[in-house]
Ligand binder design. Sequence first.
Ligand SMILES: Cc1ncc(COP(=O)(O)O)c(C=O)c1O
Length: 402
Amino acid sequence: MASHIDDARAQVADLVKFDILSVNQAEKNEKQIREVARSFISDTLTVPTKEMYLYASQTSLGDDVYHEQSTLALEAHMAQLTGKEAALFMPSGTMSNQIALRSHLQQPPYSIVCDHRAHIYKYEAGGAAFHSGAQIIPVIPLNRHHLTLEDIQDEVVTGTNIHFAPTEIIEIENTLNGTIIPQEEVIRISDYAHSHGIKMHMDGARIWHVAAETGVPLSELCAPFDSVSLCFSKGLGAPIGSCLVGTKQLITKARWFRKLFGGGMRQTGILAGSAAYALTYNFPRLFTVHALARRLEQGLRDLGVEITSPAETCMVFFDASPIGVDYSEITERASQLPDPLQVGGSRLVVHVQTSEQAVDDFLALIRTLGEEKKAAGFVRPEGQAKVNGKPKNIYVRSVKKA
Ligand SMILES: Cc1ncc(COP(=O)(O)O)c(C=O)c1O
């Protein structure tokens, strides 16, 4: 105890202090890194590496509410990369999407048209209604893969009929469940939207994957949009952060809303540094990630498993019922392997930290389960599995390579 602290204050300090590092923390972290390499649950589980933190720890130390230097540099880079006037670093993809919507929308009533599977509709806690007072109009794509102009035209509200909330934003998520919306279709939708005074927002949490897979530059992918939200903390493997890009006017407003929403952060240099590291070192690894996802998909097909959504980027959706195996069995048996795998339902996500061994082990497990079912008398049903009378396999298209 330092001599200038009296007993009362020393006791308070004793109560306050907290050693957050558990016994064997380094060992536990190593274990977690091994688990992440064998998890197909989500790319949000990717962990920062020592190299990423070493780089990030050398960034500037300013307070971002007063414009932090490294963060400003990242924002400038993101604006330039996406071909927009300005960018704003955000704590999360949800906040980035919600602030984009809030910044575009001025005076209710209004509506936002999006795919019925969109994150802004299903997984942001009803944020568009709460923050912006907006009605969301969810649309089911006729081709069961991506929205087309025709799908949207049927749902968009224009005109002066006071029974309806006029559409002010069309939102596109790309990738959506790992699938890519064709850029020609994005442009058709955008031309239509802009000719009706409707804004275009993209949830580009995983737009990186589209650029990596198609070879189309991010500026071109983002050109049809008035705003785009891009995440660093998913496929790119940074711990925290997203970026909203758009016009200077929009980003000025968004900065205001970010403060209002409680998202004005302080020493963000370390976060901007992690994002910069992810852009430089992890983005190029997405090519390999996609190849590994395709290997996983092909391996499943070879075992007689149905692919319900192919690996256009980093996700594969599958159904092993044609070989008599259900999801709960897979999850349970995967968790019981000597070196367990984490699997959750129909979606398999491959990411920058997925090991090739995990893919091999998963395929071996499915093979074993299939053989067990066969030995127990399971006979594969004739024909292709159907949902509502339609083949389960959704529309498959070839991805255009640059
Ligand atoms: C497509 C998409 N958009 C937005 C988000 C929200 O990101 P966050 O979890 O950082 O709020 C996610 C999260 O996984 C997502 O998958």
